[in-house]
Design a protein around this ligand. Structure first.
Ligand code: NAP
Length: 333
């Protein structure tokens, strides 16, 4: 990294179909000066999230990312200069740094993080991924011991933690992931009871075999056909925690399922609830304390997929959407 230049990756055009390299461009800018109330952050790790692609469609729980601007994204970095009360040089912070070496950010949009090793855990298990898994499973879906929990994108950053927490809580866990290798990894390394390869076709049949007593909780990361396959297998009074809809992110909007939703919800008395992790931040300390104790006791394994170099960020996001990653994917600067 040249210490006098701020390398940036710009989104030059919003994709209509699949995201490609042509939608991004690398550029050099001056390192910004922090204004009053801002801190200048040198970015160490950039989080790659499936939602990065969803932000290109339009405003969601955050503003849309626009063409010809620095690509948005969460990052962990170190404060190198501060004109904000409460933040000083050397502090470690999380915020929407964007895909760049340096960012000047209002302190109110930064979260001061503990200094822990490895720092990458602040983006994975102790970051948005871990908290999303924790709250989306325990507070939204409320699994009980002995119940069957199914989770999609199960080998990804959120899904791999969801399944392991469900096991810790005494549930039977079925992961849904793309490919035999990922499915084998879920059962042999992460302790899932069963795994279904959705790319093998016949998801409904495979799920029915993997969950012979039906599904009590479905943690939905993907929407679409997999949600449609899970619905008829839900037990009475089952809960569906709607975390995301990856199957709808990368491409032009499509008219996909699930079909038959209202009837099934009524007859089975299902609860289907969406959530955004930020809604639970007042309970963050309790969640982090549980996650820390599970990690240190070895009950919760942390899987990280770290790629070097800002220049590789577009490729890493395109690859994540294609299912290349296992666990939390991030870029090391
Ligand atoms: N509600 C919230 O507050 C919140 C917060 C954070 C994240 N999220 C959501 O959490 C989910 C996980 O996101 P992440 O960033 O952690 O990504 P991730 O799970 O680490 O990676 C995405 C995975 O999705 C799978 N995938 C891609 N296309 C798919 C398709 N068409 N059908 C099924 N699976 C597909 C791929 O694995 P395979 O090889 O298995 O296909 C890929 O590895 C997303 O829905 C995201 O929006 C929600």
């Amino acid at each position: 990294m040249n210490a006098s230049v701020n390398r940036q990756i710009l989104l030059v055009e919003k994709p209509v179909g699949k995201l490609g390299h042509e939608h991004f461009r690398m550029s050099d800018a001056a390192i910004p000066e922090p204004k009053d109330g801002e801190a200048l952050v040198r970015v160490h790790y950039i989080s790659l999230d499936a939602a990065n692609r969803a932000w290109m469609h339009g405003a969601t729980y955050r503003a849309a990312v626009e063409a010809n601007s620095v690509m948005a994204g969460g990052g962990i970095g170190e404060v190198v200069a501060s004109k904000a009360d409460g933040l000083k040089a050397g502090d470690i912070v999380f915020g929407d740094t964007g895909w760049q070496d340096y960012a000047a950010i209002p302190a109110k949009h930064l979260t001061r993080m503990p200094k822990l090793e490895p720092m990458t855990h602040l983006l994975s298990v102790f970051g948005i991924a871990g908290l999303t898994a924790y709250f989306g499973l325990l507070d939204v879906a409320k699994p009980k011991p002995g119940e069957t929990v199914a989770v999609s994108a199960a080998a990804g950053s959120v899904g791999s933690i969801v399944g392991q927490i469900a096991r810790i809580k005494g549930c039977r866990v079925v992961g849904i992931a793309g490919g035999k290798d990922k499915c084998d990894w879920l059962t042999s390394e992460l302790g899932f009871d069963a795994a279904v390869d959705y790319k093998d076709g016949a998801v409904f049949k495979a799920l029915r075999a993997a969950a012979p007593k039906g599904i009590d909780v479905y943690f939905d990361n993907v929407g679409g056909d997999i949600l449609e396959a899970c619905l008829p297998l839900m037990n009475n009074r089952g809960r569906i925690s709607c975390c995301g809809a990856i199957s709808q992110y990368d491409g032009a909007p499509q008219a996909t399922g699930p079909r038959g939703v209202p009837g099934l919800i009524v007859v089975k008395r299902l609860i289907m609830q969406g959530f955004i992790v930020m809604d639970f931040m007042d309970q963050r300390d309790k969640a982090l304390s549980d996650l820390q104790s599970w990690v240190s006791s070895g009950k919760l394994k942390v899987q990280e997929d770290i790629i070097n170099g800002l220049e590789n960020t577009p490729k890493a996001l395109i690859g994540l959407l294609a299912g290349e990653n296992r666990g939390k994917r991030m870029i090391k600067l």
